[in-house]
Ligand binder design. Structure first.
Ligand code: SF4
Length: 384
């Protein structure tokens, strides 16, 4: 199946998280290759699948798990639409917001809810990196885009708010929601336009940061490397110290600050490693590095093995019959099958373990049990 090729604008809504925070990134990544597009291609396919479901078309050529995730998204869009018409894959202008001539952006789904005086815009994200709608630059541009297209002055449909819903069916069932009033949205206009205009300066500064550098094709630029180097260097008092010494000596506030930047530091180092690797594969020297062969792949049978195993009398010992995992079986027989409903009772699952996240994460906070309540009890009380 062929998917439509979209024009990529330099100051697009989907890259606003970058150019709004690093004006120099537009010049820096101009002309650079897109790199590995595996995830982007998968996202394009998932969007096409969801679009077809919303339009009532067949999706038989898509993989089962993609269809299942697309249904999660579509169910949620329909539920939030409450019977109002759903506009699918709606291309609308954003050039008046960014100043980039002819620029448009495409909304995955838009619903005008005249009953609650709101326009809802739905965005499907197929990746695993959790994205929240609130304070999201793309969400702001999308919201302004639909507001201006549908009801710029609020006199056509009386629209008072815009709801942005970011759906990530692989991460969570419910979409992340952000509802903005007309005034809140209008307040962003000057900031967007001035950030966009700043990118036109040939000497626009490069401003490294986790958000903007994450998907920047110019990474690691000199400024990003310098930022990471100084972040790390600031932690060390002298060159004899090991990372463990630093972790043991530093106060918890400094360590928390460092860990907050860990993703950014890791990202820049990973990008640097890829560049070094590509250079060595191209037979160009890199001081202090060389290539070596890693582990061989896992052993597997060649196509003629089966016949040979039979001729050697090894057929019985060569095969195993294993129970499918709950996830596999659910996919095969379907969630609504009565047998699945009955067998579901036999599923065991280890409880979720606490994991570290930043305070801004919208996930519900997990508070560990106060173990001192138990450790202070007398031995007799525990066994009595
Ligand atoms: S890598 Fe970061 S600092 Fe460098 S141009 Fe890209 S966004 Fe800006």
């Amino acid at each position: 199946m062929e998917f439509p090729v979209k024009i990529h604008y330099e100051r697009s809504a989907s890259s606003a998280h970058r150019w709004m925070h690093c004006a120099g990134s537009v010049n820096a990544q101009r002309g650079l290759p897109a790199g590995d597009t595996t995830f982007a291609d998968e996202g394009t396919r998932a969007h096409a699948c969801a679009e077809r479901i919303l339009r009532g078309l067949s999706v038989s050529e898509f993989p089962d798990d993609m269809i299942s995730h697309a249904h999660t998204y579509v169910d949620s869009v329909r539920e939030l639409a409450q019977g109002h018409p759903i506009e699918v894959e709606l291309e609308l202008p954003i050039s008046h917001l960014t100043g980039e001539e002819g620029a448009t952006s495409t909304a995955d789904a838009v619903v005008l809810r005249t009953d609650i005086k709101r326009i809802n815009i739905h965005d499907l994200k197929y990746g695993y990196n959790e994205i929240v709608a609130k304070d999201n630059e793309q969400a702001i541009l999308y919201a302004l885009m639909v507001l201006d297209a549908y009801d710029p002055e609020g006199v056509i449909y009386g629209v008072e708010t815009v709801g942005v819903y970011m759906h990530q069916p692989r991460v969570r069932y419910a979409p992340s929601e952000w509802i903005l009033t007309r005034d809140e949205l209008n307040a962003y206009r000057p900031e967007i336009l001035s950030a966009s205009m700043a990118t036109l300066d040939p000497n626009a500064p490069r401003t490294p940061g986790a958000k903007q550098c994450k998907y920047c094709r110019a990474k690691p630029c000199a400024e990003a490397i310098a930022a990471v180097t100084s972040e790390c260097a600031d932690m060390f008092v002298n060159h004899e110290e090991t990372p463990k010494d630093v972790a043991g000596r530093a106060d918890i506030v400094s360590l928390a600050e460092l860990v907050k930047k860990a993703d950014f530091i890791r990202d820049v180092i990973k990008a640097a490693e890829s560049r070094i690797y590509a250079r060595l594969i191209d037979r160009q020297p890199v001081p202090g590095f060389k290539l070596k062969l890693g582990r061989k792949g896992d052993r597997e049978w060649s196509p003629e093995a089966e016949n040979k195993l039979i001729s050697l009398g090894l057929k019985d010992v060569a095969y195993t019959s294993r129970l499918r995992t709950p996830a596999d079986l659910e996919k095969i027989i379907g969630k609504k099958d009565q047998r699945w409903i009955e067998i579901k009772e036999c599923i065991r699952q280890a409880p979720a373990k606490p994991i570290l996240t930043v305070a801004e994460d919208t996930a519900t906070e997990y508070v560990p049990e106060d173990v001192s309540l138990f450790t202070n009890l007398d031995h007799e009380e525990l066994i009595g």
